[in-house]
Design a protein. Structure first.
Length: 352
């Protein structure tokens, strides 16, 4: 058992409240370490741990109103494992099956994983990168032009997808969790963005698998950090979600269709299949961004549109160019862009 004490939680609490706090502490701590961990393989493991904790946190939040949490309070012990065993043994009959399942999953999780505690979690200027990954020194050296021999282009594309898209998206979500840790809505936010980190980690693994399958390796190309740099210029959480989830993830879902077409025209159908698998999640990520920007702005449509325009311009996508990226409007609506938003820019989805 690696996690022994509850140093930062004092007093008497309801059991589910304790578990909620422990999981949120774990998530924030792992996000802090993920941003500072240079090794890609360790980053990806941490992404999985964060995702598992987020899934558990979601289940715990659904159980908070169970009679168990309302009728019984326990003093925090020093040994969590024995405390969880006691809760499992004495769980009341109502809601027993599901409650015990979540408790056992929590016990198994903390037996398997731990995270070094952090006094002041923070977001670095740039995330750590392992030495084999070389920063770009001139425009375009992080990939190959489309006119290159097909194999070279596909390898360059997958290398860039791994480092400059998926790793950066994973790290931006980790930064968002750290920035949101003191908000009133943090439990729900942590659930959503922990699973987002898990998705991006899986996407990174898929891109890396494709690169290696085609004979490439990390370090064959440079990286630019362009995704991170575009979003990290913003100091407000709502701006960052707008930049990464609403704009970049929304555009990715449209842009990927052209990239998939290019891959198939070159005969790289397996790489195209990998990208199609990744693209399934992009609409959900854009929908997540729309949900949270609207939530933070208290459903103010005018503020949403103004923020969309301002952030688009600041990340180098002038509004006219940004709107031209809206190719599949039905998909955009599934991603949370409503009809009123589309009408503001003279766009109309099917049935509109």
């Amino acid at each position: 058992m690696k996690v022994k004490t509850f140093n930062s939680i004092d007093g008497w609490h309801k059991p589910w409240e304790i578990i909620d706090q422990l999981l949120k502490q774990f998530i924030v701590s792992e996000c802090h370490h993920l941003l500072r961990e240079p090794k890609c393989s360790v980053k990806l493991k941490k992404a999985t741990h964060i995702g598992l904790a987020g899934e558990l946190l979601k289940q715990v939040n659904e159980l908070r109103e169970e009679p168990f949490s309302a009728s019984r309070r326990v003093k925090i012990p020093k040994a969590m494992d024995s405390w969880l065993s006691d809760l499992i043994e004495n769980y009341p009959p109502i809601g027993r099956d599901r409650g015990i399942t979540v408790l056992k999953s929590t016990q198994k999780f903390f037996r398997s994983y731990s995270s070094k505690s952090v006094t002041r979690p923070s977001v670095p200027k740039t995330p750590a990168r392992e030495k084999v990954l070389r920063p770009s020194t001139r425009p375009g050296d992080n990939c190959e032009p489309l006119s290159s021999p097909p194999l070279r282009w596909v390898r360059g594309f997958l290398h860039s997808l791994f480092v400059d898209v998926e790793l950066s998206a994973m790290e931006l979500s980790a930064a968002g969790i750290i920035m949101a840790k003191d908000t009133a809505y943090f439990s729900e936010f942590a659930c959503d963005f922990s699973l987002h980190i898990w998705d991006e980690g899986r996407h990174a693994e898929i891109a890396l698998y494709g690169l290696r399958f085609l004979g490439g390796k990390l370090g064959d190309y440079t990286y630019t950090n362009h995704t991170w740099n575009k979003v990290n210029q913003f100091s407000e959480l709502v701006e960052r979600i707008m930049g990464e989830n609403v704009i970049e993830e929304g555009n990715a879902s449209d842009r990927a269709m052209g990239q998939i077409k290019n891959l198939r025209s070159m005969g790289y159908h397996q790489a195209a299949n990998l990208l199609e698998h990744i693209n399934v999640d992009e609409l959900r990520h854009a929908r997540l961004g729309n949900k949270w920007v609207k939530r933070i702005l208290e459903q103010n449509d005018r503020q949403f549109i103004d923020l969309f325009k301002r952030v688009s311009t600041k990340i180098g996508r002038p509004l006219k160019h940004q709107i031209s990226c809206f190719e599949n409007l039905d998909a955009r609506m599934r991603a949370g862009f409503d009809r009123n938003f589309l009408k503001q820019f003279g766009l109309s989805a099917a049935g509109g």
